[in-house]
Design a protein around this ligand. Structure first.
Ligand SMILES: Nc1ncnc2c1ncn2[C@@H]1O[C@H](COP(=O)(O)OP(=O)(O)OP(=O)(O)O)[C@@H](O)[C@H]1O
Length: 752
């Protein structure tokens, strides 16, 4: 068959599909974003009200800041530092009281609005994120098995958590901040231009520089943050893989190797941290450099204007400048520019959320190719169990070039017991996957009682099939509930009866909690044989029309194997089931009504044990003669590496009742000295960073003193030497500016 035609493909990794394992940075580069309206798809009416209230209060909070600067200008005029004792006491008291009352009212307003905006947006976001997370997880679980072949399952959990967190962040508090800061910037500019457009225009020239430095800092930080998220997801995948296979890790003494692998993955997070620290340091330093330069220029130009206008403080009403007015214009512009910069992270968070949401929504909307949740499809009332594979061709989605079924047919009449044999990897278990409709054939059809499986309801179909596989998968719950997975809602009596038929009743009752015993993570607190018998009980309670035993005893030691085999024999003997057996044990195969031999993607021999042995140079004959099958005597010897592995796992895992974690164990405090001991290699960075932080911390008090020095000349009549004083203090601003820039960089780079 033509390979291109054969791979048509059920592969979910097509252009229209979502690869949730692709990195977010890749998504940012290549994936489009969802619209803002779509981002809030999961908002109900309560969320909408919360967001509306949050928006209004965020705007009020934003406006309150520039208004506060007007009050600040008024209070400076009221204090007028140059009039000393000459000021009229009543007038002074009146002006101060007025501004104080205004400040108190504004403070109360900001307190209420500031709290409400964050509370409303955060609550609305967490409510929506909960629904989104649920829909996202449900969408992942709904996908067909083939989808998981091409999407790293180990990283999915971390991805769901990280992606939805990014979305939650971008649809919650950050939106409130964005509205708040944008309103603040806009109203600040309006006030500045209204109070003194010339000074505002001069200062405004610096705005692009302030905003640009803020923007580049944010961009660098967010790309470093993305990098960190990716690296942590990778490290999380390594940890999850090691911990979920902890016994195998111990068995191969691979603890150190796994720890190394985890360390290597963490190294990338360290790099991302360093990058982020540098971005914060350089960005903060750069931004403050521009801000302080603005101060210097603004203060000087303000001084020039005050000198020129020569108006007593507080008496300027139209187009003129006094000390308070200069302060108002000056701080309104600076605050607005900084607000623009501060709005950057919010905008970035919203963009990240919209980008991340694109992949999530695509997956939520993705129609599973085999949707086990769908109610559609036939649900015949009776099942005979006639199975037919007609001209089947198949390749796995993750390996489309390897043809596992090359177009063969196989009929299995109702009630027949058929054994599938062939060398390892010849495609025996693949038939089971096709029957369970984990995958659809790429060509041909699989039918049950003449119905194409694609026409049947998937839940109904799977209800008709009892599968006991190689590695019984139990869920972390009680034994009774694990058995009930075969028949949800089954009574305790039915559970007991199934356990008895599976030879599991006695050992279960031997546990202190009987059927209420928790089996641990994937049944880790039970032996392989015990797990397998519970899996058989789970299949028995289903009373399936089709029974599939896929190497059901291959992972067991001899003793367990005999007990489990007895349970299986009992199950096969009861009811008129179509039974498909995949086994290595010759006696099991020989007793089958019929044996189909698979090779190179085809059924090459088909008949009874005797008839197949009679074929000269037959494949079955050669398999039997080459000891490829276990004889009953051989079964006392472990055959495969897998057996050995499992037996050792059992030995490791089981003491009959299972190991228990001591819940009462109290976590001990770790001495601080130990923490410091671990950090010793970073001591130089700590010292440098600490010193820089201390020096950086003095910048703002010095700035305060300079500001006071600057304000005093505003209230004096400016002439000749006073202009020089303004220039002198402007120079001082630039000096502390350079110092501040340097130490801001140093402290951020060293203290991550
Ligand atoms: N999910 C998968 N993705 C890609 N290839 C797969 C997948 N599962 C199985 N295969 C490949 O398909 C082929 C058939 O596998 P299958 O499990 O059906 O073999 P098998 O005959 O049951 O082997 P064994 O006796 O060792 O269990 C093998 O080459 C295997 O590597």
């Amino acid at each position: 068959m033509d390979k291109a035609e054969f791979v048509q493909v059920e592969t979910p990794k097509g252009n229209n599909d979502v690869d949730v394992t692709s990195t977010s940075s890749e998504q940012t580069k290549s994936s489009p974003m969802v619209s803002m309206t779509k981002l809030f798809t999961f908002a109900d009416s309560t969320d909408k009200i919360l967001m509306a209230v949050g928006t209004v209060t965020a705007m009020l909070t934003g406006v309150s800041q520039p208004v506060q600067i007007i009050f600040f200008g008024d209070i400076i005029n009221a204090f007028n530092p140059t009039q000393g004792g000459k000021i009229d006491d009543d007038e002074f008291r009146h002006s101060i009281n007025k501004v104080v009352v205004q400040f108190v009212i504004l403070g109360v307003l900001v307190m209420i609005c500031g709290f409400t905006q964050i509370a409303c947006w955060s609550i609305a976001a967490s409510r929506q994120a909960k629904r989104l997370r649920h829909a996202y997880a449900a969408a992942i679980l709904r996908q067909e098995v083939g989808w998981f072949d091409v999407n790293e399952p180990m990283q999915l959990a971390t991805k769901v958590a990280d992606t939805t967190l990014i979305i939650q962040e971008g649809m919650g508090r950050k939106v409130a901040d964005g509205i708040n800061f944008s309103t603040m910037a806009l109203s600040g500019f309006i006030i500045a231009f209204a109070y003194g457009w010339e000074l505002a225009l001069v200062l405004f020239a610096f705005t692009p520089l302030i905003a640009a430095s803020g923007y580049f800092m944010i961009k660098a930080i967010s790309s470093a943050t993305q990098g960190g998220v990716e690296s942590y997801a990778e490290a999380g995948g390594v940890a999850e893989e090691s911990l979920s296979n902890i016994k195998t890790v111990h068995m191969f003494n691979a603890m150190a190797k796994m720890a190394e692998k985890y360390k290597a993955a963490l190294f990338k997070t360290e790099l991302a941290g360093v990058k982020k620290g540098l971005a914060v340091g350089v960005g903060t330093g750069g931004m403050f450099f521009v801000v302080f330069c603005t101060y210097a220029v603004g203060m000087y130009y303000g001084a020039v204007k005050v000198t020129k206008d020569q108006i007593p403080a507080g008496s300027c009403t139209s187009h003129c400048y006094d000390g308070g007015r200069v302060i108002t214009v000056f701080f309104s512009i600076v605050m607005s520019s900084m607000a623009l910069g501060q709005a950057g992270p919010s905008a970035q968070a919203m963009f990240s959320a919209r980008t991340a949401a694109h992949g999530v929504f695509e997956l939520i909307e993705r129609q599973s190719k085999i949707d086990a949740d769908a109610d559609s499809g036939l649900k015949p009332s009776t099942v005979r169990g006639d199975i037919a594979l007609n001209n089947i061709a198949f390749a796995y989605p993750s390996r489309p070039e390897v043809q596992v079924c090359a177009g063969y047919s196989l009929q299995i009449p109702a009630g027949q017991k058929i054994a599938l044999v062939g060398s390892s990897g010849c495609g025996k278990s693949t038939i089971v996957s096709l029957l369970e409709r984990f995958y659809d054939p790429l060509q041909g059809s699989v039918t049950l009682d003449g119905h194409n499986l694609k026409d049947l309801n998937i839940r109904w179909l799977r209800q008709q099939i009892g599968l006991v596989g190689q590695e019984p998968c139990l869920f972390q719950e009680t034994i009774a509930n694990n058995i009930r997975h075969g028949k949800p809602g089954a009574s305790l009596e039915e559970v007991y009866a199934a356990a008895k038929q599976a030879n599991a009743y006695d050992f279960i009752m031997g546990f202190p909690d009987g059927f209420d015993t928790e089996v641990g993570d994937r049944g880790a607190q039970l032996s392989g044989g015990q797990k397998q018998r519970i899996a058989i009980a789970r299949a028995i309670i289903k009373n399936p029309s089709i029974l599939i035993l896929d190497e059901a005893t291959s992972a067991l030691d001899t003793e367990s194997e005999h007990i489990v085999q007895a349970s299986l024999d009992h199950m096969m003997a009861t009811g008129n089931r179509t039974t498909i057996i995949i086994a290595h044990r010759l006696s099991t195969i020989r007793n089958a009504d019929r044996i189909a031999v698979l090779n190179a993607g085809n059924v090459v021999e088909d008949g009874t044990h005797e008839s197949l042995l009679a074929i000269p140079n037959g494949l079955y004959k050669s398999l039997v003669e080459s000891d490829d099958f276990e004889s009953d005597e051989d079964s006392s010897q472990p055959v495969t590496g897998h057996n050995r592995l499992q037996s050792r796992q059992d030995a490791l895992c089981n003491d009959g009742t299972g190991s228990e974690v001591d819940d009462n164990e109290v976590a001990k405090d770790v001495p601080v000295s130990r923490d410091w001991g671990l950090s010793r290699p970073e001591m130089l960075n700590f010292v440098l960073g600490g010193l820089s932080v201390v020096i950086n911390g003095t910048i703002f008090p010095v700035w305060g003193v300079l500001l006071a020095k600057f304000i005093v000349p505003y209230f004096q009549t400016f002439r000749g030497s006073d202009g020089m004083r303004a220039l002198k203090w402007s120079g001082a601003f630039i000096e502390i500016n350079l110092l501040g820039t340097y130490f801001a960089k140093l402290s951020a780079c060293n203290c991550m």
